[in-house]
Design a protein around this ligand. Structure first.
Ligand code: GAR
Length: 204
């Protein structure tokens, strides 16, 4: 069976990448294959996880290339070389330009650690999202997988999962629970949904 060719873009620890790798092994992702992991940091631990799983890695920084445009060009070259169908932003903490997102309409998805439209958009990433949820005093938070367009965290929602906040949660304990109960579940599920859609559209 033909599989959608997936690239995962990462910046840090890569626990969401790990969830995707594990989901391939456990059979949750049947219609897609992770062929490439791209990072905007040479030292991201996520790259280690990819190498351990035998997945090709590519890392490049905006700083060494001098501009966002040059960074995106290098990424696009790599995506084309690997004939990538679906791009998954899994803890990729840099904003992509409109040129980039227009080029891959409905072909880029992102995991965000809140229930969009709460605590999202410019400046909301990683622990900051959970700090904002705790500061507001919401009782329920969660995670969202959505298509990526030119508006940060603004694309169509694919899947969401709610997580209850506990009285003595810190941003760190909440982040961990949102990952365990929501992110690591809905990201692989969304990867399968989108891969299947791509394969079906190719067969038509
Ligand atoms: C995850 O919680 C992910 O949802 C978040 O960064 C973390 C990366 O962890 N992404 C964003 O905040 C995007 N706006 P990981 O590297 O262990 O997957």
């Amino acid at each position: 069976m033909e599989k959608a060719r997936i690239a995962v873009m990462v910046s840090g620890g890569g626990t969401n990448l790990q969830a995707l790798i594990d989901a391939r092994i456990s059979g949750i992702i049947k219609s897609g294959e992770i062929c490439l992991v791209i990072s905007n940091s040479h030292t991201a631990f996520a790259l280690e996880r990819a190498r351990k799983a035998g997945i090709k890695t590519f890392s490049v920084t905006k700083k060494e290339l001098g501009s966002q445009e040059a960074f995106e060009k290098a990424v696009i070259d790599e995506l084309e070389k690997e004939k990538i169908d679906l791009i998954i932003l899994a803890g990729f903490l840099s904003i992509l330009s409109k040129d980039f997102t227009d080029r891959y309409k409905r072909r880029i998805i992102n995991i965000h650690p809140s229930l969009i439209p709460s605590f999202c958009g410019d400046g909301y990433y990683g622990l900051k999202v959970h700090e904002a949820a705790l500061a507001k005093g919401v009782k329920v938070t969660g995670a969202t997988v959505h298509y990526v367009n030119e508006i940060p965290d603004g694309g169509e929602i694919i899947l969401q999962k709610a997580v209850y906040i506990r009285k003595n949660d810190t941003a760190e304990t909440l982040q961990r629970r949102v990952m365990e109960q929501a992110e690591w579940k809905i990201l692989p599920a969304a990867a399968e949904i989108c891969s299947k859609e791509i394969i079906n559209s190719k067969e038509k």
